[in-house]
Design a protein around this ligand. Structure first.
Ligand SMILES: [Zn+2]
Length: 403
């Protein structure tokens, strides 16, 4: 059996690696892992855990070095902090079913696999511990309601967790867009930006979001347009279509030297305030100095208050290390003849162009045109084609918020 304790781990890992937050398995460690792989116990990861492992590997989840141990897990649930006191709002965990626990040693290296049999990395198991799924749902999502997509996903998971540090095999096939913090920070440095605002999105970008970007760009050097490209709920607009929309928008309407399109390969949790804080913390790792947090950021349905995510982030502002830019919903006002928010437009609802997500879907499904004040023509054309060609499901939603 391959035993590797912390002291040995340090020996395996080559010194002078570029980003100390990275957990890629390299050099001697990779060779030893490959030699011993067939004798190691194994855990198969689900899609969300696979995303988390990739993000641990590339250092996006720094200061995490692996899946949460028991001490960190309870500390995160109850205090939004790791056991050592550093901010961390979401449990990044590796679930096990009771029958899987029986196949594992109490500690030591465990090989991590994808469902299709592909090996992904190694976990240095600290210990297996049990959890209360409903308690976790209440503390993280604020509800046990199974209609909440994050809660529904959580309640399907195992009641045991495997905590410990990980090392990850770097995927051979990389994404088309910058997705690692190190590469993203290099691109930011090359552009000479000292201040960078991050924008998280899982939706197409409409004029209202563009207004927020451009308002922020009046204050900072660059914009990191950072769509989440991991698992989202059924009905969200597929990544390929969204990326085409972002490209079209940037090409026509943004100064090229002030915007960077990267991707964030995380799964969406819809955990509202806690996920907003998580989105901000992680974007700091990608080089952001500022972060746009909109109304009901990372929310779903009516589970969170309109300003809850912004207020929650504000509580931790002094130790976040990234400045939160809280924005209101934007809209086009016919009287102002421009975009604005409640903060800048004195007119009433009937002077404003406000389309619900349902209304937008109706227009697109019948092959109609979205008003130019609502969506740039290039973006509207991509969405309309996707609907009329059937690439978007009828229930496709989420055109109404930027998170
Ligand atoms: Zn107005």
């Amino acid at each position: 059996m391959w035993r590797c304790h912390q002291k040995q781990e340090r020996n395996f890992f080559p010194t002078g690696r570029p980003d100390p937050a990275c957990r890629w398995m390299e050099g001697k460690m990779l060779r030893r892992f490959t030699e011993h792989l067939s004798s190691l116990p194994r855990i198969v990861l689900d899609e969300e855990e696979e995303s988390d492992l990739l993000l641990l590997g590339c250092g996006a989840f720094s200061p995490l070095k692996g899946f949460l141990t028991r001490e960190d897990y309870y500390s995160v649930l109850h205090r939004c902090r790791l056991a050592d006191g550093r901010l961390w709002p979401l449990p990044i965990v590796l679930s096990l079913q009771a029958e899987e626990v029986k196949t594992l040693p109490t500690s030591g290296p465990v090989a991590l696999y994808k469902a299709n049999g592909q090996v992904l990395g190694v976990l240095f198991l600290n210990r297996v511990f049990s959890r209360n799924l409903k308690e976790e749902a209440r503390l993280v999502y604020g509800t046990e309601d199974e209609d909440h997509p994050g809660v529904a996903s959580l309640l399907r998971k195992g009641s045991y967790l495997a905590g410990g540090e990980v090392f990850v095999l770097k995927p051979e096939k990389t994404l088309e867009y910058p997705w690692e913090p190190e590469e993203t920070k290099r691109l930011i440095r090359e552009r000479g930006w000292r201040t960078v605002v991050g924008f998280q999105t899982r939706n197409p970008i409409h004029r209202a979001h563009e207004y927020l970007h451009k308002t922020a760009l009046e204050l900072v050097d660059g914009l990191l347009l950072h769509p989440l490209v991991g698992k989202t709920k059924a009905g969200d607009i597929p990544v390929e279509i969204r990326l085409r929309c972002y490209e079209a928008l940037i090409n026509e309407y943004y100064p090229k030297n002030r915007v960077l399109l990267g991707v964030f390969p995380a799964a969406m949790r819809y955990a509202g305030p806690r996920e907003a804080l998580f989105h901000a913390l992680v974007r700091k790792n990608y080089g952001c100095t500022h972060m746009i947090i909109g109304r009901d950021h990372a929310g779903v349905g009516a589970y969170y208050g309109t300003y809850e995510a912004q207020e929650f982030c504000a509580r931790f502002q002094s130790e976040l290390g990234v400045e939160i830019l809280p924005f209101d919903h934007a809209f086009y006002c016919y009287k102002c003849a421009q975009l604005g928010t409640e903060k800048t437009c004195p007119h009433g609802r009937r002077d404003r162009l406000i389309l619900s997500g349902t209304k937008v879907r109706e227009v697109l499904q019948r092959g109609g045109d979205l008003p130019a004040e609502f969506t740039r023509a290039e973006v509207a054309a991509i969405l309309k084609n996707s609907y009329t060609q059937g690439s978007l499901a009828v229930e496709s939603s989420s055109v109404d918020c930027g998170s």
